[in-house]
Design a protein around this ligand. Structure first.
Ligand code: AN7
Length: 357
């Protein structure tokens, strides 16, 4: 029988804190593709199965929609008229979209000048109230926590436990797709909500015997914003991967536990390494993710190459956001392949083709 897909809450409602009377605020998020990489494993010369979970194909172009459908559904259920978040860009876009859908107000605090152009454009279009601060994400996060004590707003950052509930469904989808949990799960870590949510999802499925195994969790950070490698929060995070330009992760304890309990590890990668991984995914696999997302593949490639992730492994990398969110980085990445301009005649077009074959 045909069933129209109506989002992850409907699909996984038995495992989520909703009731039969809950009004679900959804944009049909989730159900994102798992794409098996074909060319990169061959280039690595290793016998591994690498799948990317392409979360950039969610309604606002990032994994945040999974958490936001839950957080906004529960905010509305509780009678809230306004939501607020601090954001490096994707959370603000998602919060703004779900607030628009619900008919409530969204306030977003963003670091001035440090969010990707596409994310700013989205957030404006969804009609959120944007508050730029002369400060970074971590400062914005502290302000959001304080102001929520003084104004009638519901925080929808991942300190809101419903966010992680929604995001854990990505792990369910992976197991439901593959029929098992992967051996290794690699993902970028910023505020550390997502790695915590995946681990929660895998643990729930393993406890209920939906799968027999749980993956080793590998969390990868940008070198200039790598508190988990430092072992403590850092003051002035810097990276071109602005989505993960975060020095004081709110889900520190959950993420640390995920690493410990799964036998996993954290590592860090330079902006140059992250950009190489982003370009490789685009040019060798046809998958265009944003820089932060490519950190998961940068990590997987390094650890496969070194043998830390052994041959024969099944690996999932989460690609958290869509590449078209950050057109400025993309244009910088391709600065040397500028389009040629020619006369509008057959000979010139023919020459342009033959020249580059
Ligand atoms: C593309 O939007 O924190 O470790 O404010 O946008 O769960 O924080 C974004 C985070 C990875 C890190 N990849 O996830 C925000 C924000 C992308 C992201 C992360 C983010 P967490």
């Amino acid at each position: 029988m045909h069933k129209h897909y109506t989002g992850l809450i409907e699909r996984y409602k038995d495992r989520l804190p909703v009731s039969a009377t809950t009004r679900i605020i959804s944009l049909n998020e989730g159900n994102t593709p798992m794409i098996q990489l074909q060319n990169i494993p061959r280039m690595l010369g290793k016998d591994v199965d690498i799948y990317v979970k392409f979360e950039g194909l969610n309604p606002t172009g990032s994994f945040k929609d999974r958490g936001m459908t839950m957080a906004v559904t529960k905010a509305v259920e509780a009678g809230s008229q306004a939501i607020i978040c601090a954001s490096t860009g994707n959370t603000s876009a998602s919060a703004a979209a779900y607030a628009a859908r619900a008919g409530i107000k969204a306030f977003v605090l963003i670091p001035d000048g440090k969010i990707a152009l596409g994310k700013l454009a989205q957030t404006l279009m969804y009609n959120a109230t944007i508050i730029q601060i002369n400060g970074n994400f971590d400062q914005g996060m502290e302000l959001v926590k304080e102001v929520a004590n003084h104004a009638p707003v519901t925080i929808v950052n991942s300190i809101n436990p419903f966010r992680l509930e929604g995001q854990k469904t990505a792990a369910f989808e992976i197991v439901d797709d593959l029929g098992f949990a992967p051996d290794y799960h690699c993902l970028p870590v910023g505020n550390a909500g997502n790695i915590s949510a995946y681990w929660k999802g895998y643990k729930e499925y393993a406890t209920d015997r939906v799968c027999g195994n749980r993956p080793v969790m590998c969390g990868y950070q940008a070198a200039g914003a790598a508190p988990f490698i430092a072992g403590h929060p850092i003051e002035n995070p810097e990276t071109l991967a602005t989505a993960i330009r975060i020095g004081n992760p709110q889900s520190w304890d959950f993420a640390w536990a995920a690493q410990q309990e799964s036998g996993g590890w954290f590592d860090k990668f330079t902006d140059a390494e992250i950009l190489v991984a982003q370009k490789m995914l685009s040019q060798y696999e046809g998958v265009f993710c944003e820089p932060a997302s490519a950190t998961s593949l940068a990590g997987a490639m390094q650890d496969i190459q070194s043998g830390k992730i052994p041959e024969g492994s099944k690996i999932v990398c989460t690609l958290t956001g869509n590449g078209i969110k950050d057109p400025e980085i993309a244009m910088q990445q391709c600065a040397e392949s500028k389009p040629v301009t020619i006369d509008a005649d057959l000979d010139s077009v023919k020459r342009a083709i033959l020249d580059s074959l």
